[in-house]
Design a protein around this ligand. Structure first.
Ligand SMILES: N[C@H](C(=O)O)[C@H](O)COP(=O)(O)O
Length: 261
């Protein structure tokens, strides 16, 4: 197995952040993208990055998800985490909570749901995916008394896409969306923002969950955890999620190779 490294500006020290090496992180990603564009690899699996130190180096960066989307020209990538028996996708990814409601426009939601539906069919081989969509407000807005985003945006988009043949339930209140009875027969839950969906998923499968980017022309998976600087170099880091990310990437890539053209 060839190792194709990117040179660091200064020698790395385990657990110590160094903005001087941030450009190497970006170059590594670009290298990986180029390898997929040259058809030399079938999937990209990423380890966590420290987003803050990349920004400290003056490089605007909110996550691999957004950067890969930009490099592949995908307008609205979808972040989905997968753990045993549960798939949780996010309508918005890495943005301040204050900006979330304004970000959830008709166009964004329609694009995210369409991508989720499409990739569940195409990448996960689920013929007719059943997707549960949460509201954004408590009680999914309580008929407009606890917020209007459901009435103004989410319900009309769901109705439109149901008309296009998608199996969508919602908007359901997020607080009960994950109880086992509500999840029965569900292939994926679409939540509106990062910390609405991911705590539930990570409570269920942390250490073995996998982050999959939907909407890209390639397979990309990643781990479910951050950089854990306090564990770096200690020998105590758990590679379970990385192993799961590699396994899932291989499974998805093999399925793509064998799908009928
Ligand atoms: N939001 C993800 C998580 O909490 O697991 C992670 O930060 C993803 O980041 P990337 O877009 O860099 O994969």
């Amino acid at each position: 197995m060839p190792v194709d490294g990117v040179e660091l500006a200064t020698p790395a020290q385990a657990g110590v952040l160094n903005p001087a090496n941030s450009p190497a992180v970006i170059k590594t990603l670009q290298r990986a993208v180029n390898l997929t564009l040259d058809n030399q690899v079938d999937a990209i699996v990423t380890a966590p990055v420290h987003k803050g130190v990349i920004n400290e180096a003056g490089i605007p960066f909110t996550g691999h998800t957004e950067m890969l989307a930009e490099l592949f020209g995908t307008a609205n990538p979808v972040m989905m985490l997968v753990a045993k028996g549960l798939r949780v996708a996010l309508a918005t990814t890495h943005l301040p909570l204050r900006e979330v409601p304004d970000a959830i426009t008709d166009e964004l939601l329609e694009c995210v749901i369409t991508t989720l539906h499409h990739d569940l069919v195409d990448k996960f081989a689920i013929a007719a995916p059943r997707i549960v969509v949460t509201g954004i407000n408590p009680h999914a807005g309580e008929g407009g008394h606890l917020g209007s985003e459901e009435i103004d945006t989410i319900i009309p988009v769901l109705e439109r896409l149901r008309g296009a043949g998608m199996n969508l339930t919602g908007p359901v209140p997020a607080d009960t969306a994950f109880i086992p009875a509500a999840l029965e027969g569900t292939d994926a839950v679409l939540t509106m923002y990062h910390d609405q969906g991911l705590p539930v998923l990570k409570r269920t499968g942390f250490g073995h969950a996998v982050n999959v980017t939907l909407g890209l022309p390639i397979v990309r998976t990643s781990v479910d955890h951050g950089t854990a600087l306090e564990l770096a170099g200690s020998g105590r880091a758990d590679c379970g999620s990385l192993q799961s990310a590699i396994d899932l990437a291989a499974e998805l890539a093999i399925r793509r190779q064998h799908r009928p053209t």
